[in-house]
Design a protein. Structure first.
Lengths: 351, 263, 289
C-alpha cells in the first residue's frame, strides 16, 4: 500500500515522443485507471513506473521516495501483463511462488501464502498444472495471484482483460476490484475500454497524445469533462453550439441554442455572451413539456431502447427513447433537458 | 552504477574474445596468403600477391579448382531443380505423409558425412560406379540436397495458401499456378538454397576423399595433399580462394534475401 | 489447390529416387558389408560371417579407441556449449543495425570448409606462429614449443568448427522467449542473475538440446581435423575406419567399426534425449491464448 507520484514524465522512442509530461498522483489504496485510445502512451507510462523502460525526464516517487534509481526487481510492484506472461515451464504453484522465492521467504510460509492466494482466485485445485493447460480466464487469475502474493506496494495492470471474452471480462472485473479492495492495495490500471474504467476506478485519468487530459472520478469525467476529447472518449455524446445568456447561479447558466434556451452547468466564471459547446448525454434528454425544439430524423430499435437522432437547426443530437414510444419520422418533439447532465465545454472551433 | 559499467565492459571484452576466436583462423589464413616472405609465418612479412600467382601456376591446384567448380556448379543446378520439385511435392502431400518425406530428405544432413560416404563407397562399387566422376557427383548431390530443400521449404511455408486458391479461382491450372505464382514467390529460397549448395559442395571433404577418382582431386583434397608435404603460403592462397567464395556467397545471400531469413 | 496425383508423383520422384537409391541403400550396404568375409584379392569375399564383430569385441584396442572418441566428442560438445551460449545470448539481443554483422561472423565460418579453418589453426599454432611468438616475447618459454598434434588442439579446432551448429539453435530458442517473461520475473523481485537462471536458461533448453545432439554426432564422426591437427598422435574412430577402408582395404572390418560407431552415437543421443526429456517438454513454449 503506497502513494505514488508521477511528475513530468517524458519518453521518446528514437525521437518519436510517446509520453510528454505525464503528471499523476495515485492516493494510497485507491484504484486509478489510465484511459485513452490506442497509442496515447498508457503502456509507456506504466512501463516507466514498473522500471522496464527508463524515462527521458521526470520523477517517480513512492511514499515520497524517488525510485528512479531502482531496477524493476527493487520497486516492489506487482505487474499483470496483457498476455499474462506466465512462465511456461513452471507449474501454477511455482509461478505464484516465484516472487516469494526471489524474496527468500521461508518454504513453509511460501506454501501457506500461495495456497491462500490461489484460494482467493479459486484455483487451488489446479496448482500442479502447467500454464498451457489452463484456459485464458484461469491463466489470467494465476497472473493476478502471482502479482498479489508478494503483497506489493502497488498493482500495475496493463489491459489485463483484453484477451478475454465479454462474459469472462465482466466476471474478472469484479474479481479484480474485490481483491484490490480486500487487500487495500494501490492499483494503476490501463485500458481503452471506458465502461471498464468507470466500473473499476476511484479515479480515471484520460490520456491524450502522451499527456493526461483530465483526472477525476468516473462521475466527474463523464459529467463534467474539461474538453470535448474527454467527453467523446467517456461515452455517447452530442453537442450543440451555445451562447451564454446569463449566469443563474454558481456554475449554472442560461444558454441560448438553435433549439431554444436551456439551463446548463459549466465551470464557474464563464462570461455572458461567450460561445461554448453544450454537451448533452443521450440519457439527459426526454420528451417533455418545455425545452429544446427538435424534429426526429431517424431511429433504430436495439431492444432495450430506441436510439434516435434529432435535428435541431442544422445540428444533430442523439437520445434514447423507451422501446414502446411511437414517433413518426419528421415529428416535432420538445426535449426536456436534465440540468445536471448538460455541461458546457469550451468551443475549440470558436475564435 | 559503477559496478554495472564494469560488468558491461567485462561482458563486452569476453564477447570480443569469443568473436575473435571465431574469426581468427580465417583472418590468419587470408593475411598469410598475402605474405611477401618465403615461409608461412604470422604475422606475415611484407606484402605480395606472388603466392596467388604460384597457386594458379601450380598445375594440380589448377586442375583441382577446375574440378571443384565443375562439381559444385553441377550440384547446384541439379539440387536446385530436384529440391524445388521436392518442396512442391511436400506441400501437396497430406500432413501424415509430408512428415516422413521431410525426415527422409533431411537425413543426409543428420547422418555424419563420413558414414554416408562409406556407404556410398560400398554401394557404388557394387553397381559398377566405383571410382567414377559420376559417383563423386552423386555423393555431392546427396549431401547438399537437404540444404537447398530446407531453405526452399521455409520460403514455401511463407506463401499464403489463399494465393494458390486465388490463382485457381481465376482459372489457372496447377502448372500455371506453380510457374506464375509459386516459383516467383519462392525464388529467394531457391537462390539461397542454390548458393549454399554451391559452397557446401565446393568445400566438401570427407565425401570427396572417399569417392574421388584416381588422380582427380577437388580443391580441398589438393590442399590436404599439399599440406602433408609442404607448409608454405601457396596453401594459404588456396585456402583464401575458398574463403573468398564463401564471402561472396554470404554477401550475395545478404543482398538478395537477407542473412537472417536464410538460416 | 493440389495437383492430380500423377503430377505430384513426378515432382517427388527424383528426390525419392536419389535418396532411396543413393542414401538408404548405401546404409544398408554398410550393414551387409559388416557380415561379409574378408578377402585378400577383392575388397570382400562371398561368404557371410560374424567373425568381424567377434574380432572387434575381442580386441580391446578398438574398444579403447571408441571410448576415447566418445570422451573427446563429449568434451567438445561441453566446451562448445559453454562458448556458444554467451554468443547466442548476444546474438538474440543485438539491435537490428548490428545484427547482420554479428550474424555474418557466426555464419561465415560455417561456409568456409573445415579444412581451411583447420589450416588457420595450423598457422596460429605452428612453431613460428603467433602463439609461440607471444609466449616467447612474454618470456614464458625460451624456445618454440610443439603445440600441434595433441588432443587438446584437435578439441579446440573442432569446438571452433561446431560453434555455429550450437549457436544457431540456441539463438532461435532464445528469440522465442517472449520478453514479457523477463519483465515479469524482474518485477517479481528476481534480479538479472536469478532471471537468467530461472527463466532464460530453462526456456532455452530446447535449443540447447538440439545443439548438443547435433554437435555430439558431428564431433564423434569428424575425420579431417583429427588427421590434420592430431597427426599420428591422436587416433580416433573415424581415422581408424578410413584406414581400414583405404589403406588396409579391409572393407568388412571397416564396416563393422562404422556400425559400432553409429550404434554408440545413437545410444548416447538416445540416453541424453531420454534423460533430458522432462526439461525439454516443460520448456517447449506453449502458446498462450
Ligand atoms: N518500443 C517502442 N519503440 C518505438 N515506439 C514505440 C515503442 N513502444 C511504443 N511506441 C510508440 O509510443 C506511442 C505510445 O505507445 P504505448 O504503447 O504507450 O500506447 P498505448 O496507449 O499503450 O496503446 P495501446 O492501447 O494500443 O496499447 C505509440 O505511438 C507507439 O507507436
Ligand atoms: Mg498498451
Amino acid at each position: 500500500m503506497a502513494q505514488i507520484e508521477i511528475a513530468g514524465l517524458r519518453k521518446a522512442y528514437n525521437g518519436a515522443v510517446a509520453i510528454d509530461g505525464v503528471d499523476l498522483n495515485v492516493a494510497s489504496g485507491s484504484f486509478v485507471t489510465l484511459l485513452g485510445p490506442s497509442g496515447c502512451g498508457k503502456t509507456t507510462t506504466l512501463r516507466c513506473l514498473a522500471g522496464f523502460i527508463t524515462p527521458d525526464a521526470g520523477a517517480i516517487r513512492v511514499e515520497g521516495r524517488d525510485i528512479m534509481g531502482l531496477g524493476p526487481e527493487g520497486r516492489d510492484f506487482g505487474v499483470v501483463f496483457q498476455n499474462y506472461a506466465l512462465f511456461p515451464h513452471l507449474s501454477v504453484f511455482d509461478n505464484v511462488a516465484y516472487g516469494l522465492q526471489a524474496r527468500r521467504v521461508p518454504k513453509a510460509e511460501i506454501a501457506a501464502r500461495v495456497a491462500e492466494v490461489l484460494g482467493l482466485v479459486q484455483l487451488g485445485h489446479l496448482k500442479d498444472r502447467l500454464p498451457r493447460a489452463l484456459s485464458g480466464g484461469q491463466q489470467q487469475r494465476v497472473a493476478l495471484a502471482r502479482a498479489l502474493v508478494i503483497r506489493p506496494q502497488a498493482l500495475l495492470l496493463d489491459e489485463p482483460l483484453a484477451n478475454l471474452d465479454a462474459k469472462l471480462r465482466f466476471e474478472m472485473r469484479w474479481l479484480i476490484r474485490e481483491l484490490q479492495r480486500k487487500a487495500g492495495i494501490t492499483a494503476l490500471y490501463v485500458t481503452h475500454d471506458q465502461a471498464e474504467a468507470m466500473a473499476l476506478s476511484d479515479q480515471v485519468a484520460v490520456m491524450k497524445q502522451g499527456r493526461i487530459a483530465q483526472l477525476g472520478s468516473p462521475r466527474d469525467i463523464y459529467q463534467r469533462p474539461r474538453e470535448r476529447y474527454v467527453a467523446e472518449f467517456t461515452g455517447e455524446a452530442s453537442y450543440l453550439k451555445a451562447r451564454i445568456a446569463e449566469a443563474v447561479g454558481n456554475g449554472r447558466y442560461r444558454v441560448a441554442t438553435a433549439g431554444g434556451e436551456v439551463i446548463a452547468n459549466g465551470p464557474a466564471g464563464l462570461a455572458a455572451g461567450s460561445r461554448h459547446l453544450l454537451l448533452l448525454r443521450p440519457e439527459a434528454l426526454q420528451p417533455g413539456a418545455a425545452g429544446l425544439r427538435a424534429t426526429l430524423q431517424g431511429r433504430f430499435f436495439v431492444g432495450s431502447a430506441q436510439h434516435c437522432e434529432m435535428r435541431i437547426g442544422d445540428e444533430v443530437i442523439k437520445l434514447y427513447l423507451p422501446p414502446q414510444a411511437e414517433l413518426g419520422e419528421g415529428a416535432a418533439v420538445t426535449l426536456a433537458v436534465d440540468q445536471d447532465a448538460a455541461w458546457l465545454l469550451p468551443d475549440e472551433a470558436a475564435p | 552504477m559503477k559496478a554495472r559499467l564494469i560488468l558491461g565492459l567485462a561482458a563486452g571484452a569476453g564477447l570480443g574474445i569469443l568473436y575473435a576466436f571465431l574469426l581468427a583462423p580465417l583472418v590468419v589464413v587470408v593475411l598469410a596468403s598475402l605474405s611477401g616472405g618465403e615461409v608461412l609465418a604470422f604475422p606475415p612479412t611484407g606484402f605480395s600477391l606472388k603466392w596467388f600467382a604460384k597457386f594458379f601456376g601450380h598445375e594440380s591446384f589448377r586442375n583441382a579448382l577446375w574440378l571443384s567448380l565443375q562439381v559444385a556448379v553441377t550440384s547446384t543446378v541439379v539440387v536446385a531443380v530436384v529440391a524445388t520439385m521436392a518442396a512442391l511435392f511436400q506441400r501437396g502431400l497430406s500432413r501424415n505423409l509430408a512428415g516422413p518425406f521431410r525426415t527422409l530428405l533431411l537425413m543426409p544432413l543428420l547422418m555424419p558425412e563420413i558414414l554416408t560416404a562409406i556407404g556410398l563407397l560400398f554401394f557404388l562399387y557394387q553397381i559398377g560406379l566405383g571410382n567414377t566422376y559420376l559417383g563423386l557427383q552423386i555423393g555431392h548431390v546427396v549431401i547438399t540436397l537437404p540444404f537447398a530443400f530446407l531453405s526452399i521449404t521455409s520460403a514455401l511455408d511463407q506463401v499464403d495458401p489463399a494465393l494458390e486458391e486465388a490463382s485457381a479461382s481465376l482459372g489457372a491450372g496447377y502448372g500455371r499456378t506453380t510457374l506464375k505464382v509459386m516459383l516467383p514467390l519462392i525464388k529467394p529460397g531457391i537462390i539461397t538454397g542454390g548458393l549454399f549448395t554451391f559452397i557446401v559442395s565446393f568445400d566438401m571433404f570427407a565425401m570427396s576423399f572417399l569417392l574421388k577418382t584416381v588422380g582427380g582431386n577437388t580443391l580441398p583434397l589438393a590442399l590436404f595433399d599439399y599440406l602433408k608435404y609442404d607448409f608454405d603460403p601457396t596453401a594459404a592462397a588456396a585456402a583464401t580462394v575458398s574463403i573468398l567464395f564463401a564471402l561472396a556467397v554470404v554477401a550475395l545471400v545478404e543482398k538478395l534475401v537477407g542473412l537472417r531469413r536464410a538460416f | 489447390m493440389t495437383a492430380r496425383p500423377w503430377r505430384l508423383a513426378i515432382l517427388g520422384a527424383p528426390a525419392l529416387f536419389l535418396l532411396v537409391v543413393f542414401f538408404v541403400l548405401p546404409y544398408g550396404e554398410i550393414v551387409m558389408m559388416s557380415f561379409r568375409t574378408p578377402s585378400s584379392s577383392a575388397p570382400y569375399g562371398d561368404g557371410v560371417t560374424l567373425a568381424n564383430y567377434a574380432r572387434m569385441f575381442a580386441d580391446g584396442h578398438y574398444l579403447g579407441i571408441l571410448a576415447e572418441t566418445v570422451a573427446v566428442g563429449a568434451s567438445i560438445t561441453a566446451i562448445c556449449l559453454l562458448i556458444s551460449f554467451p554468443i547466442a545470448l548476444h546474438l538474440s539481443n543485438v539491435g537490428d543495425r548490428w545484427h547482420t554483422l554479428f550474424y555474418a561472423c557466426v555464419v561465415s565460418p560455417l561456409l568456409v570448409g573445415v579444412l581451411v579453418r583447420n589450416f588457420g589453426w595450423m598457422i596460429i599454432l605452428s612453431f613460428n606462429g603467433p602463439i609461440n611468438q607471444i609466449l616467447l616475447a612474454l618470456g614464458l618459454i625460451d624456445r618454440p614449443v610443439r603445440l600441434l598434434f595433441t588432443v587438446e588442439v584437435v578439441v579446440l579446432a573442432l569446438v571452433h568448427v561446431f560453434i555455429p551448429f550450437m549457436v544457431l539453435p540456441i539463438t532461435t530458442a532464445l528469440r522465442n522467449i517472449p520478453p514479457s517473461l523477463y519483465e515479469a520475473s524482474r518485477s517479481l523481485g528476481a534480479g538479472r542473475f536469478a532471471t537468467f537462471w530461472r527463466v532464460t536458461l530453462p526456456l532455452s533448453f530446447p535449443g540447447v538440446q538440439s545443439g548438443v545432439i547435433l554437435v555430439f554426432v558431428l564431433a564423434i564422426s569428424a575425420y579431417v581435423t583429427p588427421v590434420l591437427l592430431g597427426g599420428q598422435f591422436v587416433v580416433l574412430m573415424p581415422t581408424v575406419i578410413v584406414q581400414q577402408l583405404i589403406a588396409a582395404f579391409a572393407w568388412p572390418f571397416g564396416a563393422v567399426l562404422a556400425m559400432i560407431l553409429t550404434l554408440s552415437t545413437l545410444t548416447c543421443v538416445l540416453v541424453f534425449a531420454f534423460a533430458t526429456r522432462g526439461l525439454a517438454r516443460r520448456a517447449a513454449i506453449g502458446r498462450t491464448p
